[in-house]
Design a protein around this ligand. Structure first.
Ligand SMILES: Cc1ncc(C[n+]2csc(CCOP(=O)(O)OP(=O)(O)O)c2C)c(N)n1
Length: 304
């Protein structure tokens, strides 16, 4: 029995590790492309936060559930089953991208995946979608990803109220990385952020957002509760953004970042896996992502 549980845990961790490395590799490559001048606009990466999209989206049913993402949404897209090539092409402004290169980094839509860069703007949209799913009786759950900074937006409080009042099937997945751009949480918010659900009677679970297995287990429970007519749920997941807010804007102490890097989701997961397998996986995924980018660049040159 214990052996079977260990094997299941290992299988889960293996799959999650691959997904997190894919997200990390794509995100790092995007920062390189930006530095090369190959991306227009801006790009927000989720480096260091890979466990949250990976663990939460693994608790969802792709054809039935809906993901509403934010400005930091590439990881959510990849974790919800989106492919790397059309995502990268989209962000590169290429016509072969998910939204024909028109949406860019922050405005991506494919199937049941929607992202938008207006802070907190997806809270009422996601709440409306949850109302629609409830009325249809589809059994679908909507997950809205938002940062701790977005909790200061009034529209998020309004969405919490409506979702609770109408007992809607929605999970608000808060990625608390301690900053809103360059403002530390303590300078932005009064009171205890992880208690924000209490006035609305929304169950809220606070957890270590860098532990992918813990995120997955909490998401399974919260999604199950929302699907089972338990109304809205909030997961308040503590994490740390290792990359800059967007491209190069990072006023934080490099020593602080280095300290957090040791506790990031990928090294944490790696500690429970075979290091040789991890190295092989890292190299394979790096080669796959490099080939995707090379392919897009070559096609572009050929078309000129
Ligand atoms: C309504 C609105 N105001 C301001 C911005 C600019 N902006 C983009 S991200 C961001 C900080 C977001 O912080 P948080 O919600 O904690 O998410 P994180 O960036 O930390 O993932 C701000 C102020 C915006 N996109 N929308």
């Amino acid at each position: 029995m214990i052996l079977a549980m260990d094997a299941k845990r290992n299988d889960l961790l293996t799959g999650f590790y691959e997904k997190m490395v894919l997200i990390n590799t794509v995100e790092s490559s995007l920062l390189n492309l930006f530095a090369e001048g190959l991306l227009r606009g801006t790009v927000h990466t989720c480096l260091g936060q890979e466990a949250i999209p990976t663990g939460v989206c693994a608790a969802l049913e792709p054809g039935r559930d809906i993901v509403c993402s934010n400005h930091r949404g590439h990881g959510h897209f990849l974790a919800f089953g989106g492919e790397a090539r059309p995502l990268i092409a989209e962000i590169m402004g290429d016509a072969s991208g998910v939204c024909r290169g028109i949406g860019g980094s922050q405005h991506i839509q494919l199937g049941n995946f929607y992202s938008n860069g207006i802070l907190g703007g997806m809270s009422p949209v996601a709440t409306g979608m949850a109302l629609a799913e409830k009325r249809k009786g589809s059994g679908g759950v909507v997950v809205q990803f938002l940062g701790d900074g977005a909790l200061a937006e009034g529209v998020v409080s309004e969405a919490f109220n409506m979702a609770a009042l109408w007992s809607l099937p929605i999970l608000f997945a808060v990625e608390s990385n301690g900053f809103a751009q360059s403002t530390p949480t303590a300078l932005e918010h009064a009171g205890k952020l992880s208690a924000r659900g209490a006035p609305y009677g929304i169950p809220i679970t606070e957890l270590d957002g860098n532990d992918v297995l813990a995120v997955h287990a909490a998401a399974q429970e919260a999604v199950g509760a929302a699907r089972g007519a338990g109304g809205p749920q909030i997961l308040f997941m503590n994490t740390y953004r290792l990359g800059p807010h967007s491209k190069g804007d990072d006023p934080r102490d490099p020593a602080e970042i280095a300290r957090h890097a040791e506790q990031a989701p990928i090294p944490r997961a790696r500690a429970g896996l075979d290091p040789e397998w991890c190295d092989t996986t890292d190299h394979r995924i790096a080669a796959e992502v490099a080939a995707i980018i090379q392919g897009i660049r070559s096609a572009r040159i050929a078309a000129q």
